[in-house]
Design a protein around this ligand. Sequence first.
Ligand code: RIB
Length: 310
Amino acid sequence: MPPICIIGSIHVDFIIRVPRIPSIGETILGEGFEIHPGGKGANQCIGVARLGVRASLVSRVGNDFLADMALKNLKTEDNVVLDYVSTVEGVHTGVAFILVDSSGDNIIAVAPGADMYVSRSDVDKVLKSIHGFKALLVQLEIPLDTVAYALEKFHEKDVLTILNPAPAVVLHESIYKYVDVLTPNSTELGILVGLDIGSLDDVIHASRKLLKAGVRIAVVTTLGANGAVVVTRNRVVHLPAFKVKAIDTTGAGDAFNAGLAVALTEGMGIIDAVLFANAVAALSTTKMGAQEGLPRRDDVEDFIKRHGLS
Ligand code: RIB
């Protein structure tokens, strides 16, 4: 199976389970504390690998005790290539502080540390040594300059490019012509276009703006328990989410992106690919920790069958 390249962050996630998300200025008592490997780049890489596709991760960690914790799952997962993960001296490995409430919803703050050293030369290195990538998956926890460069270089090589604009910032319009599929959640979509997104019509309007700005194939907006909306130049499709008992939604977006990349590189059309990605995302929420719940291929296929969709 031809490989997928993931360029992004590697973190240690410090998670406190809370009965509810506290207000500003409020202190509340948590109900549990866990430490898990995370980072959107690492999560998406493991997501792809568990679905049976070779995943090459381009990333950086610090020269500290956190790096071992952050790399734990990546090192033991089949299909993961870590040759393009390097160590930066004098900087900490990226960390995230996460609160997860009793419905499984979360808020996250990231201190990126070594993530911010992922550079153009890292992109050049991987493209020089590995040929035949089928897709690039990239997010916004690394320098924007590197993201833009990677999208342009992979696009030049006819590789399918997927930009997961998380965490969102306003992007220069020139980036969109190198993005085949853009995958914001509704908050991120609002930030990208500078509008409040409150309804399905808002999602469609904002997605069309981004297509007009240059996104090549589709804007796929994830809506958590409300599924995902696919907007292309000639179609709008709202696919509902699969119903599961969510324990922790941290990393559901990463699971979705991994599923989408795998499905698209296997030749599924965008709608079937989003259905597959929705199943991967739903399953990922049934365990605590962004990587723990990332499902394997068989589990996803069984799950889709049990829902009468194949
Ligand atoms: O998408 C979830 C991830 O966001 C967490 O693992 C955390 O590290 C942050 O990067």
